[in-house]
Design a binder for this molecule. Sequence first.
Ligand code: SME
Length: 199
Amino acid sequence: MSPAVAVGRVLTRSLGGTWALAPNRVHFVPPVTIFYSATMFTVETPRGNKSEQYQHLLAQARALMQGERDRIANAANLSALLFHALADLNWVGFYFFDGSELVVGPFQGLPACVRIPLGKGVCGTAAATATSQRIDDVDAFPGHIACDSASRSELVVPLFLAGRLLGVLDIDSPQPARFDADDQAGIEAIANAYLDAIA
Ligand code: SME
């Protein structure tokens, strides 16, 4: 893996590893250094078992959001990080609650449905029940809202700040049953890091 080269003003955060972007994958090599500037962000090879990879991803997510409370900026960067770091995804993004329904926020993937009523679809169900929804087969989920016909499985984590609904983090995959309990735990931890950052 060639060393990360950043253009412009470079900020470096040492976390005990290095990340670099390769085609379709984010690679992680400990010890991690995250390089990013106004024009470039690089990450490197995730290693270890799934739990260790999620620990590294959580560390990078925290570093990305460190010192930043803006919910849109952090949602945008977190969407990009997850989209590039995790294999077999076609959509990663946020829906925010506007006091009435869910409205699409920062995301990676194809253009998506803009508004989702509470209780509707996988996202609205996660928000209304305050429970993560891990769906192996979206076609078998009553009321699933198909924004991207490629989606086959989905993981939605509800976001609550100080007991109030903020929105949801939604991740879609073209692969059936893409997400297992380890994925759910890893993404929930990253969602909590997002909530901590913007609190
Ligand atoms: N499938 C979601 C809608 C959002 S998209 O997947 C981006 C749902 O059923 O709520």
